[in-house]
Design a protein around this ligand. Structure first.
Ligand code: SAH
Length: 511
């Protein structure tokens, strides 16, 4: 059998965008991913669907693999012919025991690559506004373990020389020994007033920082019950934080935001949340698909067959545009058959989706609601004109009934339907149970309905109780109405019914 290959990959300090391109490729290629606690689980979503995951980190009450067992596991998996990605927090060479893993691979003649990562010792201070060197303060930096092998004593580090020679000192794995570390450094000549910072879960959503001096930091950390994993930075550079702290200033810093819209539509909102410093958690409670009812399919196809007969085609959503055009293509119907019709789009995004297909909408309303489109075209409508209205199965009644009142012949067809999706639901439920979700975004009434239904199907008896205390953000009044019907208060409201405006409301109205 051909031997597999092992990638020993630095996952970076936590923020999933802080991995190298090569590291990401190794995740994408892997048949098996062996990972531990400090490698962000958010990176795992880049894996192949069939890739196997093996967690080797510490979990309460669970057996943890010893380092020797991990080394052997990598060899065994490679002998099974697998491409193995061993994902480690930060950089694999910095207190990451990559040497031991690589050695056994080398002994067994398994091919491997070491893919460096961004080490927490430098990145985590940077995310707290502390550059580890600065011309005015220090010209050297040491990365030091704060947790010696149990069979060694602290004196195995040359504290005297370190304290004298090194400017900035960064300790990893040192929280439990903070008191001894501070004492040693003062004993060896560092001034008691030397600034110290601890940053825990740096670059993760939970990032938190505490500062003090060598003299008082241990007590402060104890008082605050500040726990590992944290890096300890000792040096004048810590003072720069007052001025340079940046990520904490982002409006959504520390907040996890649930995105409930369909995955195919979520990316814009996800990116905006990320830019605002929040962590977007995708829970696409809706999946869009072509109509499944045979009557609906038939009605759609009949309408498309006589496309040239319509005077108006009103498109009320980006999805509507997408499904409409893909059905046209499937049926090999040329878009020029719409040439006779005036085409109206409900809003700028819908118009953009049309433009991507080479069609510049004739009418674009000033208000982004179903009612707006009517205002915009009303003066041009004539009785008996034929209107095609490709919508979704849950479309609002307002527009078609109003058009009919005006004496038009309305052909309303479903071009897609919304179905309930539960993907990744269990993880979301557990986040909600642990108060790990701070904001939920709703971008349509059906996202609200489906979230409640999805939670119920996932075994949550009282979804309303589970959502207590979570802030709610709505894209528009219709969605807000549905939220209220379910009994939830609304915290954020978009000014315009667009995702950009929704994101803006999250940053403006931050309490
Ligand atoms: N190879 C890793 C370090 C592994 S040792 C790297 O290069 O970053 C584990 C220690 O790293 C932890 O005890 C903690 O001190 C530090 N650490 C790793 N990730 C961290 C994070 N996101 N925030 C704070 N400390 C972190």
């Amino acid at each position: 059998m051909t031997k597999g290959k092992v990638y020993l990959v630095g996952a970076g300090p936590g923020d999933p965008k802080l991995i190298t391109v090569r590291g990401l490729e190794a995740i994408q290629k892997a048949d098996v991913i062996v990972y531990d606690r400090l490698a962000s689980p958010r990176l795992l979503k880049h894996r192949k669907p069939e890739a196997e995951l093996i967690f080797v980190g510490k979990l309460p009450d669970k057996h943890m693999l010893k380092q020797e067992e991990i080394n052997q596991l990598l060899v065994d998996l490679a002998f099974q012919g697998k491409v193995v990605t061993r994902l480690k927090g930060g950089d694999p060479s910095v207190f990451g025991r990559v040497g031991e893993e690589a050695e056994l691979l080398a002994d067994n003649e398994v091919t491997y690559e070491i893919i460096p990562g961004i080490t927490s010792s430098i990145a985590v201070p940077a995310y707290a506004g502390i550059p580890v060197t600065h011309r005015d303060f220090t010209s050297s930096v040491a990365i030091v373990t704060g947790h010696e092998y149990p069979n060694k004593t602290y004196s195995s580090l040359d504290w005297e020389h370190l304290a004298k020679a090194i400017g900035t000192m960064v300790f990893l794995m040192g929280v439990a020994n903070l008191e001894q570390i501070s004492r040693e450094l003062i004993r060896c000549g560092k001034p008691p007033q030397m600034p110290v910072a601890l940053v825990r879960w740096g670059t993760w959503t939970e990032q938190a920082t505490i500062t003090g001096t060598l003299e008082d930091i241990a007590e402060k950390v104890k008082q605050a019950n500040f726990q590992s994993p944290a890096v300890i930075i000792v040096g004048e550079v810590v003072k720069l934080r007052e001025k340079l702290a940046w990520i904490e200033k982002k409006p959504l810093f520390g907040r996890r935001v649930l995105v409930t819209r369909a995955r195919s539509q979520a990316s814009e909102l996800v990116d905006l949340i990320d830019e605002l410093g929040g962590e977007a958690v995708e829970f696409p409670v809706i999946r869009l698909q072509p109509p499944s009812r045979p009557e609906a399919q038939l009605a759609l196809d009949e309408a498309l067959d006589k496309l040239q007969t319509f005077d108006w085609i009103l498109l009320t959503s980006v999805n509507g545009v997408e499904f409409f055009f893909s059905r046209l293509l499937e049926k090999r119907i040329d878009v020029r058959r719409m040439g006779n019709a005036r085409i109206a789009a409900v809003g700028p995004k819908t118009a953009e989706a049309l433009a991507e297909r080479g069609i510049l909408a004739d009418v674009l309303p000033a208000r982004y609601q179903g009612e707006g489109i009517l205002e915009a075209i009303q003066t041009e409508l004539k009785p008996d004109q034929k209107v095609l209205l490709p919508t979704a199965d849950l479309a609002r009644e307002y527009l078609p009934s109003k058009l009919k009142e005006l004496g038009l012949q309305v052909t309303e067809v479903d071009v897609y339907e919304n179905v309930l999706a539960l993907e990744e639901g269990e993880e979301v439920v557990s986040l909600l149970q642990n108060q790990g979700i701070h904001i939920i975004t709703f971008t349509s009434s059906s996202t609200v309905t489906n979230l409640f239904e999805a939670l119920r199907q996932l075994g949550v008896e009282d979804p309303l109780a589970l959502l207590q205390g979570v802030e709610i953000a709505c894209i528009g009044p219709k969605t807000a109405e549905t939220v209220r019907q379910f009994g939830l208060p609304i915290t954020y409201m978009a000014e315009e019914a667009t995702v950009a405006s929704l994101a803006e409301s999250l940053s403006l109205h931050r309490k």
